[in-house]
Design a protein around this ligand. Structure first.
Ligand SMILES: Nc1ncnc2c1ncn2[C@@H]1O[C@H](COP(=O)(O)OP(=O)(O)OP(=O)(O)O)[C@@H](O)[C@H]1O
Length: 308
């Protein structure tokens, strides 16, 4: 693939805030087209990555390119090819909806009013309302409509549904999925809401402590994680010896193991540890991702070590 085929390309990208390494030699290539979800625990470096990509923050080392251009050198015409929606939905609260639309229409040469109407039609927003009077969900929808109507090649959504109720979240996702405008654009969607990721994403990118840990179809990642239930009469094996272990729990006398990249041989391992019965079952994407992220989450002891 040539550089043009990637909407986002970072090489050995690092960002240090004092003693904190937020991005750690990150190599990330996001191909053009489709919906890419970025997930990671709190503090994994997602917002830092977006701030660098959009040219608001300089990297400490390495490089970041967006739509083929160095992110530190974006020109207004490059920015107009990128739509950005974050959870703050920052628009001037004192302006009316109609005035904001007018401003955007003049600012973006590729303005597509049909696309705008297609998204905003999901919300009961009136042109004479002030932006500050809109509900959170309406503001999120208004922001999405503005971003899609500018005809972006790349749409970056950073936790766009944070704080929205279930109904507003659904309206947001439907307006994104069923908008014709989103067909021609690459969407990078950052969220902690796994049911949203499952619904919209073609590609699942997992970041952990500023490093890339996974890039695959969500279903492929889910298939890497399995849940095993074993009836082991004793204490069970030392967790350090359990291959691919993400989580272990003892419930109702049974051992539950969540493991990564294990096949049928894992049943043999459990039997060799004294299991009288072994059963495996598939897991949801939510469980797979959260089990994976929880494994390396800082424990209070680790956090205390880091402070020392
Ligand atoms: N301005 C800053 N000064 C110091 N440390 C910072 C600053 N901004 C971010 N960090 C640290 O960098 C790390 C990455 O933060 P970042 O906001 O990029 O994570 P995130 O993945 O977006 O998290 P969340 O999901 O909680 O929004 C965190 O450990 C955070 O404490």
């Amino acid at each position: 693939m040539s550089d043009y085929d990637y909407v986002i390309q970072t090489e050995a990208l690092s960002k240090r805030y004092g003693r904190k390494l937020a991005l750690d030699r990150l190599d990330l290539r996001i191909p053009r087209g489709r919906i890419h979800a970025i997930v990671g625990a709190n503090g994994a470096g997602k917002s830092t990555l977006f701030r660098i990509l959009l040219g608001f923050l300089a990297p400490s080392a390495g490089s970041a390119r967006i739509l083929g251009r160095d992110s530190g050198q974006l020109r207004p015409q490059d920015r107009s090819r990128i739509g950005f929606v974050n959870e703050e939905h920052t628009l001037p609260g004192w302006m009316t909806v109609a005035a904001v639309i007018d401003m955007h229409r003049r600012q973006y040469p590729r303005w597509n009013h049909a696309a705008f109407d297609g998204v905003l039609g999901h919300y009961h927003v009136l042109p004479e309302q002030k932006v500050g009077q809109l509900s959170r969900g309406e503001r999120a929808g208004f922001n999405l409509a503005l971003a899609l109507a500018q005809g972006p090649e790349l749409l970056v959504l950073d936790e766009p549904t944070l704080g929205l109720d279930v109904v507003a979240k659904r309206a947001f996702l439907e307006s994104l999925l069923y908008s014709n405008a989103s067909e021609d654009c690459t969407v990078v969607y950052c969220s902690h809401q796994m049911e949203e990721i499952e619904r919209v994403a073609d590609n699942l990118i997992i970041l952990e402590r500023g490093q890339l840990k996974n890039m695959s179809a969500p279903d492929d990642f889910r298939a890497r994680v399995s849940h095993w239930v074993a009836d082991i009469p004793f204490k069970g094996p030392d967790p350090n010896t359990v291959p691919g272990l993400l989580q272990v729990q003892r419930l109702d006398g049974l051992h539950h193991y969540l493991v990564l990249d294990q096949d049928e041989d894992f049943a043999g391992f459990l039997r060799s540890c004294g299991a009288r019965s072994v059963q495996s079952m598939p897991v949801s994407l939510d469980r797979a991702v959260n089990g994976f992220l929880a494994k390396n989450h800082a424990t209070p002891a680790q956090a205390a070590d880091a402070r020392a």
